[in-house]
Design a protein around this ligand. Structure first.
Ligand code: DGL
Length: 272
């Protein structure tokens, strides 16, 4: 890896806004780091797309971040982590961290009865990445997976606590009521916003895993290991780029992260 130093920013990409949950956790434990975020708001969602397209988009997202001179790349999107990361990692000489492994580590740590549920987009579930990673960590764990493709549009429309969402969630989650899981991985950036409904359906005792926190811990450890952790600095820079609708991103992101988000810049991702 040529000429990388600790002053360079951390690059993060997602198919849209959802990856801001990861940014938030990274900023909590890495307050001295500069961040460059790219949200592919012009081409979201990635969830229902084919593997080839997700790989192509993820490559372009990576190329854009590399042009910004980042020192490490965090793939904050579950679908891109599940479908593209293994493939694109081979082509780049930079450390890339996805959200599947952190979620799997947290689930293995959390389960007491060895039965874990996974929910995610069609792309994430069809890749079987979570199940494979969990079983690599502990082969005795039984994993039950369910794609919930309607959850992303419901969250994007703000349908967090509506009867329609509850009915759809009951249908998707019914497989988990009979198989006795004690832990459920929320394998999509949007699903943490449905925690309330999921708890109502599966009970308060179920442990819901959101990968963002563990991902931030892994980034922290990786930077130390690579000697790339930034020590105290006079000022930090957080820059946000999107492929469409910068105003909308700005509005939602400010609500989410407050003043840390200043301007949001639109770029043409097709150039990459
Ligand atoms: N960011 C995606 C994920 O975590 C959800 C939205 C999409 O389908 O693009 O899988």
């Amino acid at each position: 890896m040529a000429n990388i130093d600790s002053s360079q920013p951390i690059g993060i990409f997602d198919s849209g806004l959802g990856g801001l949950t990861v940014v938030k956790e990274i900023l909590k434990i890495l307050p001295n780091e500069d961040i460059i975020y790219f949200g592919d708001t012009g081409r979201t969602p990635y969830g229902p797309r084919s593997k080839d397209i997700i790989i192509e988009f993820s490559r372009q997202d990576t190329n854009f971040l590399l042009e910004q001179n980042v020192k490490i790349i965090v793939v904050a999107c579950n679908t891109a982590s599940a479908q593209a990361l293994d493939e694109i990692r081979k082509d780049y000489d930079i450390e890339m961290i996805g959200v599947i492994e952190p979620g799997a580590i947290s689930a293995v740590r959390a389960t007491k009865n060895g039965k874990v549920g996974i929910i995610g987009t069609a792309g994430t579930i069809s890749s079987d990445s979570y199940a494979r990673t969990i079983n690599r960590l502990d082969s005795s764990i039984k994993v039950f997976s369910m794609a919930c493709p309607l959850f992303v549009p419901l969250v994007e429309e703000g349908y967090l606590d509506k009867e329609a969402t509850r009915l759809i969630a009951e249908d998707y989650l019914s497989i988990f009521t009979s198989n006795g899981i004690d832990t459920l991985v929320l394998g999509c950036t949007h699903y943490p916003l449905l925690k309330g409904i999921i708890h109502e359906i599966l009970g308060r005792d179920i442990v819901l895993i959101d990968s963002a926190e563990e991902t931030a811990q892994i980034v922290y450890k990786k930077l130390i290991e690579m000697n790339l952790l930034r020590e105290k600095t006079a000022s930090v820079l957080h820059k946000f780029y999107v492929s469409d609708f910068p105003e909308r991103f700005h509005q939602v992101a400010r609500h989410f992260m407050g003043d840390r988000i200043q301007n949001v810049i639109r770029i043409d991702i097709n150039k990459y």
